[in-house]
Design a binder for this molecule. Structure first.
Ligand code: ATP
Length: 242
C-alpha cells in the first residue's frame, strides 16, 4: 500500500529566459510508489525533473519533500537528503570504469562505511548482472543500454529515498526496454520511491501507480497508471509510444 506523498509539487513555473517551459505544474509522488510524467517532446518533463533536483531555478510555486520546503535547496544537498536523479541519456563518466562510476555515486551519501558501500554495489550488480561482467570496463566504451544501466546504478549508490529517472528506456532495443521496466519495479519493491519521466507512455503507465500527462508545459490529465493506460484518448495520442 502507498504512503503519504513523499514529494509534492505545487504551482511550479520555470522559464528559460522569457520562454515558459512549465506553467503551474502540480503533482504528487506517494511514498514507496511509482509516479510517472508522460508527454511528447518538449512538453517539459526534463525541465520538471531538473527543477526538482535543484538544477533550474523556480519562478513560482514550491516543492515539498517529506513535508519540508526544498524549493531552494541546492542540488548536492538534495542528494544528502535522499533525492537523486539519473540523467537523460548517458551522463556517466566515460574515462572511469564501471566500478569507479558506482563509487562516485556513493560519494555524497551519509553512510560511508566501506562495508555498506560494498553491499550497495553488490545490490546494483544483482539488479544489473551486465555491470558485474563489465566492472573493469571504461564506461565510455559501453553500449547505450549499458551506460543507461550504469547511470541508474550510480544513482542507486547514493541510497536515495526518491530516485528521479529521466527516460530510462530511451534508445534501447525492445527487449532491453522490458528489462529496464522490470528493474524499475524491482528497485521500487526494495523500498525506493520512483518518479519516472518517459516518452514510452504505455509502458510507463503500466508500471506507475499514479500518472500525469504534460502538454506544452502544463498537466492536462492525471489518474492511476492503470486507468490512463486504458483511456481511449490517451491511447490514441500515445499509440506510437507503445
Ligand atoms: P523531451 O522529451 O524532448 O526531452 P521534455 O518534455 O523533457 O522533452 P523539456 O526538455 O523540459 O521537455 O523542454 C520544455 C521546453 O523548454 C521546450 O519548449 C524546450 O524547447 C524548452 N527548453 C528546454 N531547455 C531549454 C534551454 N536550455 N533553453 C531554452 N529553452 C529550453
Amino acid at each position: 500500500t502507498l504512503g503519504e506523498p513523499l514529494l509534492v509539487v505545487e504551482g511550479l513555473c520555470v522559464n528559460y529566459g522569457r520562454i515558459e517551459a512549465i506553467r503551474n505544474v502540480g503533482f504528487q509522488v506517494p511514498e514507496r510508489g511509482i509516479a510517472t510524467l508522460i508527454g511528447a517532446n518538449g512538453a517539459g518533463k526534463t525541465t520538471t525533473l531538473k527543477t526538482i533536483s535543484g538544477l533550474r531555478p523556480v519562478r513560482a510555486g514550491r516543492i515539498l519533500f517529506e513535508g519540508e520546503d526544498i524549493t531552494k535547496v541546492p542540488s548536492h544537498k538534495l542528494v544528502q537528503r535522499g533525492i537523486c536523479q539519473s540523467p537523460e541519456g548517458r551522463g556517466v563518466f566515460p574515462g572511469m570504469t564501471v566500478e569507479e562510476n558506482l563509487d562516485m555515486g556513493a560519494y555524497s551519501r551519509k553512510d560511508r562505511r566501506t562495508g555498506a558501500i560494498r553491499e550497495d554495489r553488490d545490490r546494483v550488480f544483482t539488479l544489473f548482472p551486465r555491470l558485474l561482467e563489465r566492472r573493469s570496463q571504461f564506461a565510455g566504451t559501453m553500449s547505450g543500454g549499458e551506460q543507461q544501466m550504469l547511470a541508474i546504478g550510480r544513482a542507486l549508490m547514493s541510497r536515495p529515498k526518491l530516485i528521479l529517472l529521466d527516460e530510462p528506456s530511451m534508445g534501447l532495443a525492445p527487449k532491453l526496454i522490458q528489462q529496464i521496466f522490470t528493474i524499475i519495479r524491482e528497485i521500487n519493491a526494495q523500498g525506493t520511491t520512483v518518479l519516472l519521466v518517459e516518452q514510452n507512455a504505455m509502458q510507463a503507465l503500466r508500471t506507475a501507480d499514479v500518472a500525469y500527462v504534460l502538454e506544452t508545459g502544463e498537466v492536462v490529465r492525471e489518474g492511476t497508471g492503470a486507468a490512463l493506460a486504458e483511456d481511449d484518448s490517451i491511447k490514441a495520442a500515445y499509440l506510437g509510444g507503445d
